[in-house]
Ligand binder design. Structure first.
Ligand SMILES: [Zn+2]
Length: 537
């Protein structure tokens, strides 16, 4: 939107007539701005999940109490404080704030009579309002009039402002990390020509554009992009609890932030990252080999699944309720994907025809049978192990050969494969459950299991996907999972970005910093870092 609400409110029939008499060209200019804003407003009115860029699965509201209401942001200062050099940085921190937000920790207006546990309104807080010196001021001037383009810089005055605390990563000239406290000032100017009162305002995402309703996206933030990225990094990559992050910021930077503020910062960062999924999907489609795997995930006591789809350069994580739906949806989104998919034996994956099977699971099962107390099962287990091991040797040899694994080795092992198939068929009638199951599994997945013999350069195991999940399995054990649908969504977004940046040997910290910086101003998010050595057209 070009015209701010404040300015639009002043534009009426009278204003337009007056401007037309004064300066017809300025009126044409204003009309163009009005039409542009009107079109944008109509488009927004017509927006719904089927025509917006959001994924089709609708998102539940964020955790209750996780508020992004900008006007309640601790960075807000009133007009009087604008010119003061110091200001309060953080609200008083109640004693009992683990996992709560500022909203939660303050008693509501209606319930003051009923005593709640924890700190009471008006009682002595644990922390103190922190005073930090302002290190610099940024002036957000109006510049020229929104209606008639007259230069109004000479008549502007500051009407509001807020503080942003941030860190600056050092360089070779000035090593170390610096804490900064920037005073952002916004200006008001009465146009001497047309009389419109102009106002510069921090950018805010329209409240109705997404399901991230309670998570505001705006420039009006206490925590700057670098510091926000550091908080996300500590939380997701280093698996540090909110309480420990709070302690860290105090110990290292002398900065006192509440746990609620940290939580808000993390969910806002997730919202900022959401459009990255489109980039990830596009990249996944262009790859020739993708690994998929899943692990259980706990969301507020519900058993869900965390999926990973990973290639040499890109990882996409999703948390899903119904496994079949998420897989079908993903493959609808990946219609252009024409590569091979490496998976374990989960039957759902059979829907995808160009598939590779992880041999590690098969070898483990065969080993289990060879340790059993049933003679036929023992023999079968040993036989399968011996055959798979011989074929693994052949695959390794082919990879080291002159053709570097591009030539099929299946012809050399026809007899072995024929024998194995015969044994597996016989085992489908076994009375030993695990023996019967392995026989059936081989027959069901035969093509997928032995496709690697046609392309020996391809992997034999699904290690890539399993390794990608491991970090998040450990985090799950620390945090006991997530507490809402959108908490899960945030986790999946962070997992995708961290894993993808790591695959591309670049810093997730700096990328997330840039994303937050751009998205808070309403700009498109930057492209994901490219693989090193790749020239981008
Ligand atoms: Zn004007």
């Amino acid at each position: 939107m070009i015209l701010k609400e404040h300015e639009l409110l002043q534009i009426d029939e009278q204003f337009i007539c007056r401007l037309g008499e004064q300066d017809p060209d300025a009126l044409v200019g204003l009309s163009i701005k009005l039409v542009s804003d009107l079109k944008e407003a109509v488009e927004r009115l017509n927006q719904n999940p089927s025509n917006s860029s959001r994924p089709s699965g609708s998102l539940a509201p964020w955790d209750k109490g996780v508020t992004g209401d900008e006007d309640d942001d601790e960075s807000t200062i009133n007009e009087k404080e604008v010119l003061r050099s110091e200001t309060g940085i953080d609200k008083e921190e109640p004693l009992d704030t683990a996992g709560t937000t500022e909203e939660d920790s303050l008693p509501s207006k209606e319930s003051t009579e009923q005593r709640k546990p924890g700190r009471q309104r008006g009682s002595q807080g644990f922390g103190r309002t922190q005073q930090l010196a302002v290190t610099e001021a940024t002036h957000h001037a109006c510049g020229c009039c929104s209606a008639c383009n007259e230069d109004i810089t000479s008549v502007e005055k500051a009407y509001t402002g807020f503080h942003t605390v941030n860190i600056e990563f050092g360089n070779t000239d000035a090593p170390g990390v610096q804490l900064t406290n920037t005073l952002h000032l916004y200006y008001l100017g009465l146009c001497p020509k047309c009389g419109l009162e102009n106002r510069s305002e921090p950018w805010r995402a329209p409240a109705d554009t997404a399901d991230w309703k309670n998570v505001g996206m705006t420039q009006w933030r206490l925590i700057g992009p670098d510091l926000a990225a550091l908080i996300v990094y500590l939380s997701m990559d280093m698996r540090v609890t909110r309480r420990k992050i709070k302690q860290f910021l105090w110990d290292v930077f002398g900065l006192n932030l509440s746990i609620g503020t940290l939580q808000n910062c993390i969910v806002e960062s997730a919202r900022a990252l959401e459009p990255v999924e489109a980039q990830l999907l596009e990249k996944l489609c262009s790859e020739s080999l993708m690994h998929a795997d899943e692990t259980s995930h706990n969301e507020a006591g519900k058993r869900l699944w965390l999926w990973v789809f990973i290639t040499a350069s890109t990882a996409l994580f999703l948390i899903g309720h119904r496994t079949k739906e998420i897989f079908t949806n993903l493959f609808d989104a990946l219609t252009d994907f024409n590569g091979h998919l490496m998976t374990d034996g989960y039957s759902l994956y059979r829907a995808y025809l160009k598939r590779l099977r992880c041999w590690a699971h098969l070898i483990r099962k065969a080993k289990g049978l060879s340790d059993s107390y049933t003679l036929t099962s023992q023999t079968y287990g040993r036989q399968v192990q011996a055959i798979l091991n011989a074929l693994i040797d052949a695959v390794y040899q082919a990879r080291e050969g002159p053709d570097r694994g591009t030539v099929s080795i299946v012809a050399h092992h026809q007899e072995t494969l024929k024998n194995l198939r015969k044994v597996c068929e016989a085992m489908t009638a076994s009375s030993h459950k695990k023996t019967r199951e392995l026989g059936v599994e081989f027959l069901n997945d035969w093509e997928a299991i032995f496709r690697v013999l046609d392309y020996p350069a391809w992997p034999l195991t699904n290690n890539e996907a399993e390794r990608a999940l491991r970090h998040w399995v450990i985090l799950r054990k620390i945090t006991q999972g997530t507490y809402s649908e959108q908490g899960s969504r945030a986790l999946a977004l962070f997992a995708s970005v961290f894993a993808t940046c790591r695959l591309r040997n670049s810093s997730p910290l700096l990328y997330i910093r840039d994303v937050i910086h751009m998205r808070r101003q309403g700009l498109d998010l930057p492209k994901l870092p490219q693989m090193p050595g790749l020239v981008v057209a």
